[in-house]
Write a protein that binds this ligand. Structure first.
Ligand code: NAD
Length: 500
């Protein structure tokens, strides 16, 4: 049966209004057209139909947005911390009031099931904003006992924490609403102003967020959004002399190019990049709950999550049983359009992405791996793929080494904990890892040995706003969320005063 796409005749009038409102940037507190009026088509991944447009911004639009952010910065950094907190709380309240609309837009734009955008992405969006809302009144430096060896002299020394200035946030398409909130909330909490560049593939919800920030009362110019191509808008932001910091989430290739370009003007840079995260399953784990967690950790949102646990290593005695349980879990999923309530797995975001994922799977077959699940390629109007388990995966296979960013789990066996750690670390990336065991001593022994920014034990690596998220090595540097996520938008100034 050919799978249909979302029925957009039945969406809410508010969602229809967002899709139909035409291409616009959000600069200086208002929706404005881009300088050239050029547009980027927006597609529904469930039907491959064009559903809306984004403005195809240019360097001139970036100049205007950065100028608006720079003009707003002196007043915003001087705004009382309690007022910055109040506005963040008010923004979160308005987002919650509009949660159904935002979730509907996100599902239509990105493809994920509605329950996921409504509960999970919305939860992570609100959680981050409310967590960061608590910080403005708690930003503090240190006093330092200064003992400069000049006879008879006295000094007072202390540090202050200051906002870095105008921030450029460049974000990917997979969870645009959450990604935008993870960048905007700490930046404005710290006293920075910001220009956000959403992905050209999906970014409608980011413009809705910006408008809700205006309604919440953020001064004009504090939060700006310029849509457009990475090679144009992204590059112009990275090179702009008045941008003090770039916070980027996306692929490793783009991240490295951005860091290289930003180095020319010595900008601060934070990179949240790709991953190839391992999951280590010991035979003593509660297998049923582990299978559920492992599958959610890779197949949720069709594997289009940076921390997706895409490489599973199973203690050999449990291997056959685990592969069979994974197969049963994956083959029982309902794949379909995101707005249909029964859908458990939506389409992937684009035809390019679908073709790339199928390419990895045919390559895996040619390299000797076994696809144990049903035919991954689903006939449909949109970019549907079934969750796929690849057994007998060996370390040199491309599907094991490279980030697929799709619903593909590779499985291999290990014989002892040392081998499991070696396999887990056999990657250029270092974003996240999961360990499944009923023996906490085993977990504690392994945690320090894994080279990643995060280790989850007996759970998939859910984001929690107080726990920093980020990677090592090819997965980047710097952190989103947590106190470190705020720190990335602050500079330390040392003050030394001679009093005698
Ligand atoms: P991408 O790197 O292609 O694009 C990300 C953003 O960068 C987009 O807005 C794009 O327009 C922009 N861009 C592209 N080229 C640019 C350039 N030369 N200069 C400036 N900006 C440029 O990534 P994507 O395909 O949108 O997203 C998928 C990737 O994002 C995956 O690799 C995934 O792992 C990663 N990701 C990482 C995290 C994390 O927290 N580590 C979270 C989500 C996604």
């Amino acid at each position: 049966m050919r799978l249909p796409g979302n029925n957009l005749d039945s969406i809410s009038p508010a969602a229809r209004a967002v899709l139909d409102r035409g291409a616009a940037l959000f600069v200086g507190g208002e929706a404005i057209p881009s300088a050239t009026g050029a547009e980027i088509p927006v597609y529904d991944p469930s039907s491959a139909r064009q559903i809306s447009v984004l403005a195809d911004g240019g360097a001139e639009d970036v100049d205007q947005a950065v100028a608006a952010a720079a003009a707003a910065f002196p007043r915003w950094r001087a705004t009382a911390p309690a007022e910055r907190e109040r506005l963040l709380w008010r923004w979160a309240a308005l987002i919650e009031q509009n949660a159904d609309l935002l979730a509907e837009i996100e599902t239509i734009d990105v493809g994920m099931p509605l329950w996921m955008s409504r509960r999970m992405e919305m939860g992570a969006t609100l959680g981050a904003i409310r967590y960061m809302a608590g910080w403005p009144t708690k930003i503090a430096g240190q006093t330092v006992d200064v003992g400069v060896p000049i006879p008879g002299s006295q000094f007072v020394g202390y540090t202050v924490r200051e906002p870095v200035g105008v921030v450029a946030a460049i974000i990917p398409w997979n969870v645009p609403m959450m990604m935008a909130a993870w960048k905007i909330a700490p930046a404005v909490a710290a006293g920075c102003t910001i220009v956000v560049k959403p992905s050209e593939v999906a970014g409608l919800s980011v413009l809705v967020l910006a408008d809700l920030a205006r309604q919440a009362g953020f001064p004009d110019g504090v939060i700006n959004v310029v849509t457009g191509k990475g090679s144009v808008v992204g590059q112009a932001l990275v090179r702009h002399k008045d941008v003090a910091k770039v916070t980027f989430t996306g692929s490793t290739t783009t991240g490295v190019a951005i860091a290289t370009a930003a180095a020319a003007s010595a900008k601060k840079v934070t990179l949240e990049l790709g991953g190839k995260s391992p999951q280590i399953l010991f035979a003593d784990a509660d297998l049923n709950s582990a299978i559920d967690g492992i599958c959610n950790g890779i197949f949720l949102h069709s594997g289009q999550i940076c921390v997706a646990g895409s490489r599973l290593y199973v203690e050999r005695p449990a291997l056959d049983e685990v592969v069979e349980k994974l197969r049963a879990w994956a083959d029982s999923r309902v794949v379909g359009p995101g707005l249909v309530p029964d859908t458990q797995i939506g389409p992937v975001v684009s035809d390019t992405q679908k073709a790339k994922i199928l390419g990895y799977l045919s390559g895996a077959g040619q390299e000797g791996a076994d696809i144990v699940t049903a035919d991954p390629d689903v006939d449909g109007d949109g970019y549907y793929l079934r969750p796929t388990v690849v057994a007998n995966a060996t370390p040199s296979m491309q599907v094991v080494r490279e980030e697929v960013f799709g619903p593909v789990l590779t499985v291999a066996a290990f014989d002892d904990a040392d081998e499991a750690v070696a396999l887990a670390n056999d990657t250029d990336y270092g974003l996240s890892a999961c360990v499944w065991t009923s023996n906490l001593a085993t977990a504690h022994r392994i945690i320090p040995q894994i080279r990643s920014g995060k280790v989850a034990v007996n759970t998939d690596p859910l984001p929690y706003p107080a726990l920093p998220e980020g990677g090592r090595r090819a997965s980047g540097y710097g952190r989103d969320l947590g106190q470190e996520g705020l720190d990335g938008f602050l500079e330390t100034k040392s003050v030394l005063i001679r009093t005698a």
